[in-house]
Structure formats: C-alpha cells, structure tokens
Design a protein around this ligand. Structure first.
Ligand code: MLT
Length: 331
C-alpha cells in the first residue's frame, strides 16, 4: 500500500515536472545587474509582465537579480553568444563592447531626465541600437532611466575638487568615466560592479558613484556616509537581447519584445520621476549626509568637458556626432 502510494506520488511529480517544462514554448532568462528594489528591477518586472501578456502566456520570462547570472560586463558576451537571453545593465558597461554608446556617458552632455529620454527614445537611440548589434551582437530593446550618478564616500563631505583629493573612488571599467575623474585630479579605481559593495565594505575603496535609487537598492548606505550631488552622467540602463536569440523568434514574438521594451521604458521614466525624491529622503533618514557640489558644480563641469570630450570624439563617432546631439538638445 505504502509502496503504491509512493509510486503514485512519484508518477504525479514526474508528470508535473513534464507539464511545467512543456507549458511554455520558451522561458526567457533575464539577468538583472542590480538588486530587487532597483530601477533596473522595476523596469525588468514591468517588461516581464508586458511580454508575457503580449505573447498570450505562451512564453515565460524569468528574472535573476543581483548579478546572479554573471557580472554586467560578462552578460554582454553571454547574450551575444546565446547562452543568456536578456540582460539589464548600465550603459557604461556596454561601452567597452560598442564604443559609440559612450556618447551617453560623456560628462555633462545629458542635463536632465527629459534630455535622456529624448536621446534614447529617438533617432540617437535607434542609431546606437544598430551599432550595438554590429559591434557587440546584442540589441537594445528598452531603457531604464535611473537618474544622475551621485558621488558617495565613507570619509568626508566632498564639495570641491580639493575635497576629492586623496579619496579612492571606484569607477566602472569605462574609459570615459576614468578620464572624468582624472580631469578632476584623481586616479580612480576601475572595478567590476559585482565587486563594488565588498570593496566599499572592506574599505579597499572609499567611494563610488551611482544614482540614488541604486545606492538605496544596493544598501550602500550601510557602508557609505556622504553623498555629493554631481550630475556628470545620467544613468541609462538598457535591456539587451542577443541578436541571434532575437532573430530566432517569430515575427509576432519579435514585435511583442520590441513593444514590451518600449512600454517598459516609459514605465521606467515615470517610476524615476515619482521615486527618486522619496529615496533621497529615506537615505537621509538612514543617516547619509547629502551635499551639493560647490559653485553650481562649475569647476567640475569645466574640467571634465574640456579635458574629456576631445579625447573621445573618435570613439563616439566623431565631433560632428556630439554637435548633432547638442543641437538636438537645443544647445
Ligand atoms: C556600475 O556602476 O557599474 C553600474 O552603473 C551599476 C549598475 O548597474 O547599477
């Protein structure tokens, strides 16, 4: 009797396993670089429900937050090789694979969330998408709008470039961001995103920069005390799919992916506008001290734009490209 019951349970379990495998035509895996609660996560969860609804429940989308499927940089290769379907990651971690997207991290080019949206949701975004397919084998299908990257550190309030001197600051492995700190007079420490929290915790580095929502979702307030409002880079974090994987989908699924990406981008933009201020207040309540850069950030802006822009004209596709972007933004 007992044996029969056990066998019945085993058969049932096997049948359930088979049915759960075959219930969906495809299960798309999505790597998310940041933790749950991040802007990346908000966009990815929205993308998931939109896409699942648009394909009538035929395909499933599974999200893996906090770099579980590999560091952000690694996921570009994985998506390109087809061992991962989608990845949500900061654009600065795509730049090493497709240098023209560097236009989005050139210091002080983007001066507001609205400008970020104008750029990536319009012609410029389209062109950059084509370039990432050509250079890196990945297609950008949507964007997370995460806000300006503010500077955090564990040592002291920083208002001037003089205050910055002597601090060890982690930056992504991104030449433009490295050059920005060099223009400000220090040699930053390039480091993978996945190693950053531990490095801050163990005081290997004193600080880093990332938007408020990221600082909060990654719990940097536990290891950092001071925030400086700098606005040199507006963080844009695309959702990418391996081009091979995209091409393998039926036209209907491709359409659903592109529509879900576009709608999730709008959702992400609205999410930023309604969330950032609340998060800033929460970080203050948790003990972080927030300060503005001195003199309207003038010195920071002058040094970075003068020294950094000309160095990267070639890699972003020529000075004319930057001029076109500036014109588009009304400058
Ligand atoms: C980085 O600093 O490497 C990224 O901006 C982190 C992120 O994806 O939030």
């Amino acid at each position: 009797m007992i044996i029969k019951k056990t066998i019945t349970h085993a058969v049932l379990a096997a049948a359930m396993a088979v049915s759960s495998v075959s219930a969906f035509a495809t299960t798309f895996k999505v790597a998310v670089g940041d933790a749950e609660g991040s802007a990346q996560w908000a966009m990815a969860t929205q993308f998931k429900s939109l896409l699942e609804a648009k394909v009538g429940g035929k395909h499933k989308v599974d999200l893996f937050p906090n770099g579980q499927l590999g560091g952000e940089e690694t996921t570009v290769n994985s998506a390109s090789m087809g061992t991962l379907d989608f990845s949500v990651l900061a654009i600065n971690n795509v730049t090493p694979f497709s240098p023209t997207v560097g236009i989005l991290t050139l210091p002080y080019v983007i001066q507001s969330a609205a400008e970020a949206k104008t750029l990536v949701m319009g012609e410029v975004g389209k062109e950059l998408t084509e370039n990432t397919i050509r250079d890196a084998g990945v297609r950008i299908v949507g964007w997370t709008f995460t806000g300006f990257r503010v500077l955090t550190n564990s040592k002291r309030p920083v208002k001037t470039l003089e205050d910055l001197k002597g601090l060890k600051i982690r930056v992504p492995k991104n030449e433009i961001m490295i050059a920005s700190y060099q223009a400000w007079g220090i040699n930053p420490t390039p480091m993978a995103w996945s190693e950053t929290f531990t490095a801050l915790q163990q005081r290997v580095v004193d600080g880093q920069d990332n938007p408020y929502i990221t600082v909060s979702s990654m719990k940097f307030n536990e290891v950092q005390k001071y925030i400086t409002n700098i606005r040199y880079v507006f963080s844009l974090e695309p959702i990418i799919i391996g081009e091979g994987t995209f091409k393998k989908q039926t036209p209907a699924v491709q359409k659903a992916i592109l529509e879900a990406g576009k709608e999730a981008s709008q959702y992400s933009y609205d999410y930023l506008l309604k969330t950032e201020d609340k998060i800033r207040k929460e970080l203050t309540a948790k003990g972080m001290e927030i300060t503005d850069a001195a003199n309207g950030e003038k010195e920071w802006i002058a040094k970075a734009t003068t020294a950094v822009w000309p160095k990267f004209y070639d890699s972003i596709g020529g000075k004319a490209k930057l001029d076109r972007v500036q014109k588009l933004l009304g400058r």
